[in-house]
Write a protein that binds this ligand. Sequence first.
Ligand code: G1P
Length: 287
Amino acid sequence: MKKVEVAVIPAAGLGTRFLPASKAIPKEMLPIVDRPTIEYIVAEAKASGIKEVILVISDRKQAIIEHFKENTMLETMLREDSKPDLAALVNEMCDGIKITYVDQKYPGGLGHAILVTKPVIQDRPFVVLLGDDLVINDGGLPVTKQLINEYEKLGASILGVQEVAQSETSKYGIVDPVTSGNLTLIKGMVEKPISNPPSLKAVLGRYLFTADIFTALEAVPRVPGKELQLTSGIEILLKQAPVYAYTFTGFRYDVGDKFGFVKATIDFSLKHKEIAAKVEEYLKSLK
Ligand code: G1P
């Protein structure tokens, strides 16, 4: 069985939910305390043993490329200025991982964003991490590593899920599981059901795919002007190959949503060694 060492992070979206902040700055670069959201996602991939990250971007996302580029001049300047701690931070995120970029020439949907990576991924199994879903599993395995561990037993595609409230099911891809339990085969998936969701298990931004997903995505009938949904590809895939849903452990923040972003900012600042005590005191002082 091939090892899972490559990750795809789609980051070409327009970020309309964060306008006007995302007009000139990619929404993936908006910081939670002092790190851009995309850095937390790349860090999760790295901590899960991923060696290569493919960022799917558009031409408006140059800042992301700059962020992950090694900047030796800045590092040297900070060292000469006796700021070794800051110097260490500058290039830390590019160490030990290869980051490449694939251009998504038009906003064709999540399925399209995955499909454009086919020439780079070829026949390798890979994980997909969505930047809007930040999952924290303090002291435990990162969610991507949890999926990889299951893959090593199953050798099949796996979707990372968690149960959501009935009222929330219309926001997510919802799986139709064969059995209850933390790991189950699925027999269907519905994208954002308005009524009668097949279960409460929602796909929350983590996927592990065998390369069969590419042929499945190519087989999705295209409707001019309509996005190619990843869920449509998964619906075809599960008719040809086993697809599992795995209920992962971890707390998920929807940082693509303003309230989710603020919640993450508060929680992360309460864990940040420089400011935690001050933030706690400030929050207590609020009525
Ligand atoms: C996408 C997927 C959806 C999934 C969600 C996870 O939706 O289409 O199936 O449940 O991400 O966050 P989006 O939130 O991009 O509309």
